[in-house]
Design a protein around this ligand. Structure first.
Ligand SMILES: NC(=O)C1=CN([C@@H]2O[C@H](COP(=O)(O)OP(=O)(O)OC[C@H]3O[C@@H](n4cnc5c(N)ncnc54)[C@H](OP(=O)(O)O)[C@@H]3O)[C@@H](O)[C@H]2O)C=CC1
Ligand SMILES: Nc1nc(=O)c2c([nH]1)NC[C@@H]1CN(c3ccc(C(=O)N[C@@H](CCC(=O)O)C(=O)O)cc3)C=[N+]21
Length: 296
């Protein structure tokens, strides 16, 4: 079997077009322009590329982008002051603080200082709790993008065996919650999991969010399974920097039913979902109906 390639780049372009249509209507009918503030502390080349892409796509969707680049040695107090100003700013509907933060900053404290209604990453403890109890929340962008692609491919996910490799707060855990919400039988695997190969082979849906280039070989994939590769690993090969997923793509694509590539899979969907969340936050803040199909 040769897997169907799930084209995250094309899917993301559709999501952004949908967001842009809603933004046009919000402007015309309600005089509102959704605004997204991105805060980057310190210099990390990969983060800067990501932040620049986000800013560009935010503007292309008709929204306002506010970028705040702070020195690596910014104090926690100064960062919390900035977040307080963004919380109070009615032109800002979404706030994203790029992670990881430099070591001297307490990221839990920083994230939990964001107004949960503006927490478009869905990392605030209130949003985590709401998601875990099946209540309306802000849903983390990467897992939301994965869920959209899975629903599109499968229709219903009910009763499928899903294995999520990785248990981080930003990908693995919220991904597992969303899959459970769609009635999958969910296993969360991690670095202490015994016989990971065997666990993976049971998966109808295999989500890899580890951060180790090509650690999941093709023979861990159940024939016909859907493989979602969240990993973004920069690797030097033949003197060039290449982007590799957590899954050994060629081997997995030979047995899977469907697979997301890296690049061009989950990454573009993450940014599209960030814009969708900003639109959703703007609608909620103004008591307007939420856009359909753009939330979990
Ligand atoms: N495409 C996108 O939009 C995004 C991509 N990413 C990428 O996804 C990947 C994961 O990110 P993130 O969740 O933040 O990473 P973290 O480092 O926070 O978490 C990695 C997880 O993988 C587990 N793990 C590590 N080694 C193994 C192993 N040998 N076997 C099984 N599990 C293992 C860890 O287990 P333990 O808890 O036991 O240590 C941990 O739970 C990275 O490549 C990152 O760049 C991240 C965010 C967005
Ligand atoms: N508060 C916070 N929220 C995040 O969502 C967040 C974060 N911090 N820190 C870093 C990770 C990583 N992440 C990516 C998003 C898009 C691509 C992406 O668009 N990738 C392209 C390739 C881009 C390239 O060429 O480098 C692709 O996969 O096709 C990658 C990675 C979001 N993260």
């Amino acid at each position: 079997m040769t897997a169907k390639v799930i084209d995250g780049k094309a899917f993301a372009a559709e999501v952004r077009a949908q967001v842009a249509r809603h933004v046009t209507r919000l402007k015309q009918e309600n005089g509102l322009t959704p605004g997204l503030a991105v805060v980057l502390v310190g210099e990390d080349p990969a983060s800067e590329v990501y932040v620049r892409n986000k800013g560009k796509q935010t503007v292309e969707c008709g929204m306002t982008s506010f970028e705040h680049k702070l020195e690596a040695d910014t104090s926690e107090g100064d960062l919390l002051d900035l977040i307080a100003r963004l919380n109070a700013d009615s032109a800002v509907h979404g706030i994203l603080v790029q992670l990881p933060l430099p070591g001297h900053l307490n990221s839990d404290l920083v994230i939990n200082s964001i107004d949960p209604a503006k927490d478009v990453d869905g990392f605030h403890i209130s949003n985590v709790g709401l998601l875990g109890t099946g209540q309306k929340s802000m849903v983390p962008c990467t897992p939301l993008g994965c869920l959209m692609m899975l629903r599109d491919h499968h229709g219903s996910l009910s009763g499928l065996n899903a294995v999520v490799v990785g248990r981080s707060n930003i990908v693995g855990k919220p991904m597992a919650q969303l899959l459970l919400g769609d009635s999958c039988t969910v296993t969360i695997a991690h670095s202490r999991t015994k016989d990971l190969a065997e666990v993976c082979r049971r998966a109808d849906i295999l989500v890899a969010a580890v951060g180790r280039a090509e650690m999941i070989p093709g023979d861990w994939v159940k024939p016909g399974a859907t493989v979602i590769d969240v990993g973004i690993n920069r690797v030097e090969r033949d003197g060039k920097t290449r982007l590799l997923g957590d899954v050994a793509y060629d081997g997995a694509a030979a047995v899977a039913g469907a697979i997301t590539p890296v690049p061009g899979g989950v990454g573009p969907m993450t940014i599209a979902c960030l814009l969708a969340n900003t639109l959703t936050a703007c609608c909620r803040a103004n008591g307007l109906p939420e856009p359909e199909g753009l939330t979990a």
